[in-house]
Design a protein around this ligand. Structure first.
Ligand code: ADP
Ligand code: ZN
Length: 608
């Protein structure tokens, strides 16, 4: 055992260039080296790949990795090759000759890591090839793709039950960053991992700061967020529609940010090219629909911004998890408004799912709304969703600037009785705009036509502005005092059961204070902070830039992402430590033997 552990550490140092295992990795590596099965649940960026790669390197035979996307495979393969490890993929995009050559290389025993899509197991030729090989282990990456309830469901993952049937003695390890219980149970059942040890890490991503703001001018808000907190850094902005993706990307570009769009409406070439630029160059902001997802392995994404509310907490967590994989500070920023909710509700209504599906989707959306309207630590809420309990984090907007609460009982009663009266005196349900007009006592065309100015609630709510009333509606929805109903193009509100106690004065309610619109604009950003994560003096900053330039050239000429050459943290440590020779260079995190031999001289020359 001792011997194994020593050699695992050697591999960590010499191949990967890291001194220490991260929490959880060592136990997993030890377990897999012994040839046992495992299920590994770790959040994005925690370092899952190493967990099967090191045992794979230490066991004899080829490691077969099942991965859902070609982009993901390429990423892993690029990274392994840069470390001097042989890796190849077999996928449907290859032509016959390429496929043959790759298979032959595998058959000759020249390849350590073989990446395949799950569909490959439907191919008899491939099965025969595997039968002829010694297999070190099967790694099933993104194992949550077996889950029929999940958003990444991939039918071919179900066929992976062939693994235990055909190769019962070969160890299997399933890996995922999706944490819900249901998904975990499905993975165990589908992949027959009942006897596998489960390694479940905390899902906390302490380096990510969560911030949620109310939307008023989303583009301006987004722009000031980027400029104030992440100028010149790379990030992802998620929007709901293709059209918005294009227009927001154009808007940012106009404002001097190197932004690119990404969505399913672009041609495959454009998408590929935009993704390539994002991966390869520094400081690119990708504005995208959720089509830009699983395939992103870039470790130095400094922020993920949502300018439309995500459809569930799970989706939000997956998407925000793409920030800060390198463990350095990153921000998850979300701007949301009532309008978004309606948009999402419409999507749910118009989907072809059955009633049960629609109900589940609506519940998921409501949980997301409750997260947005939270008055206590956001991280606590997120982790609670995944069954973990923690202390308030000190690194979310609410911990950093606790919201002011106010007694909203009277305002809520006014709003609820407006809804109640409209229903009972006129048999009508209304949307937010009309409700606010009534509370403000505005004689709009609709008010006059329908005689709503005769309501006793007409004009009783002038103390709050429209934004504040809308905010109250959102909060009451989140707290389940109101229910939202879609009627054609508009959404209307009705009272939920529990609102009657509030109306009758049997209950009080305290809510987060919503600022008047006139004040909100200047205040709804977190205070500007100098959040440059690499705090360097002018000379060092110049050196850092020079190293980045060198890295970009190197990445371009090898056709790999910049971080495959070196990650930011590695460049940073080079700048700080200014190693004089190869031995000193080898001490730096992320520099293993292969990188020394490839880049050692160039770096040392640059430092002089
Ligand atoms: P995941 O698959 O869990 O999202 P990765 O396997 O891509 O995460 O790892 C995330 C990043 O962390 C990678 O850049 C990887 O090289 C780095 N990493 C993994 N393990 C260690 C370690 N022990 N020390 C330093 N960096 C590590
Ligand atoms: Zn917090």
């Amino acid at each position: 055992m001792q011997g194994d552990l020593l050699s695992a550490k050697d591999v960590l140092r010499h191949v990967f260039g890291y001194d220490e295992f991260r929490s959880g990795q060592e136990a997993i590596v030890e377990h897999l080296i012994r040839g046992e099965d495992a299920l590994i649940l770790m959040p994005t960026g925690a370092g899952k790949s190493l967990c099967y790669q090191i045992p794979g390197l230490l066991r004899s035979g080829v490691v077969v990795v099942v991965s859902p996307l070609v982009a993901l495979m390429h990423d892993q393969i690029d990274a392994l090759r840069a470390l001097g490890v042989t890796a190849i993929s077999l996928h449907a995009g290859m032509d016959w000759t390429e496929m043959r050559e790759a298979e032959d290389a595998v058959a000759r025993g020249e390849i350590k890591f073989l990446y395949v899509a799950p569909e490959r197991f439907e191919n008899p030729r491939f099965l025969r090839l595997l039968d002829s090989l010694q297999i070190a282990l099967f790694a099933i990456d993104e194992a949550h793709c077996v889950s029929q309830w999940g958003h990444d469901f991939r039918p071919a993952y179900l066929d992976l039950s062939i693994l235990p049937e055909r190769w019962p003695a070969t160890p299997r390890v399933a890996l995922t960053a999706t944490a819900t219980d249901l998904t975990r149970q499905e993975i165990v059942a589908r992949l027959q991992l009942q006897n596998a040890k489960q390694f479940i890490s905390s899902f906390d991503r302490p380096n990510i700061r969560y911030e949620v703001v109310e939307k008023n001018k989303e583009r301006q808000q987004l722009l000031s967020f980027i400029n104030q907190q992440h100028a010149g850094e790379s990030g992802i902005v998620y929007c709901l529609s293709r059209q918005k993706t294009d227009s927001v990307a154009a808007f940012l570009k106009n404002a001097g940010i190197s932004a690119l769009p990404y969505h399913a409406g672009l041609s495959p070439e454009e998408r590929y090219e935009n993704q390539r630029i994002f991966q390869q160059e520094d400081g690119v902001v990708m504005v995208s629909t959720i089509a830009f997802g699983m395939g992103i392995n870039k470790p130095d994404v400094r922020f993920v911004a949502h300018i439309d509310i995500p459809r569930s907490i799970e989706a939000y967590y997956q998407e925000t998890g793409r920030a800060g994989r390198d463990g350095l500070p990153a921000t998850a920023w979300l701007a949301y408004g009532l309008q978004d909710l309606m948009q999402q509700r419409k999507l749910i209504e118009s989907s072809n799912g059955d009633e049960a599906f629609k109900q589940r989707s609506t519940d998921a959306l409501n949980a997301m709304l409750a997260f947005c309207e939270a008055t206590s630590c956001r991280r606590q809420r997120l982790l609670a969703y995944f069954g973990e309990t923690t202390e308030p984090c000190g690194n979310c907007d609410i911990c950093l600037e606790p919201p002011e609460l106010w007694d909203a009982t009277v305002a809520a009663q006014k709003l609820l009785s407006a809804i109640y009266r409209l229903q009972h005196e006129y048999g009508e349900f209304s949307g937010a705009k009309h409700l606010v007009d009534i509370l403000h006592g505005k004689k709009t065309e609709r008010v006059l036509q329908q005689g709503h100015d005769a309501l006793t609630v007409f004009g009783i709510g002038r103390e709050l502005d429209e934004g504040q009333w809308r905010g109250l509606i959102r909060q009451l929805l989140a707290a389940e005092y109101l229910e939202m109903q879609s009627e054609g193009f508009r959404n209307t509100y009705r009272l939920a059961k529990k609102s009657y106690d509030l109306l009758r004065g049997k209950k009080k309610i305290r809510l987060r204070k919503i600022q008047a619109l006139s004040k909100a604009h200047s205040n709804n950003q977190m205070p500007a902070q100098n959040r440059s994560i690499f705090d360097l003096g002018p000379a060092d900053a110049k050196l850092f830039e020079a190293l980045k330039q060198w890295r970009l050239q190197e990445a371009k000429s090898n056709g790999v992402p910049a971080y495959v050459v070196f990650k930011d943290i590695t460049l940073y440590q080079i700048v700080i430590n200014k190693p004089k020779d190869r031995a000193a260079l080898a001490q730096i995190e992320g520099i293993g033997d292969k990188k020394i031999s490839n880049y050692g001289e160039a770096i040392l020359a640059l430092l002089k």
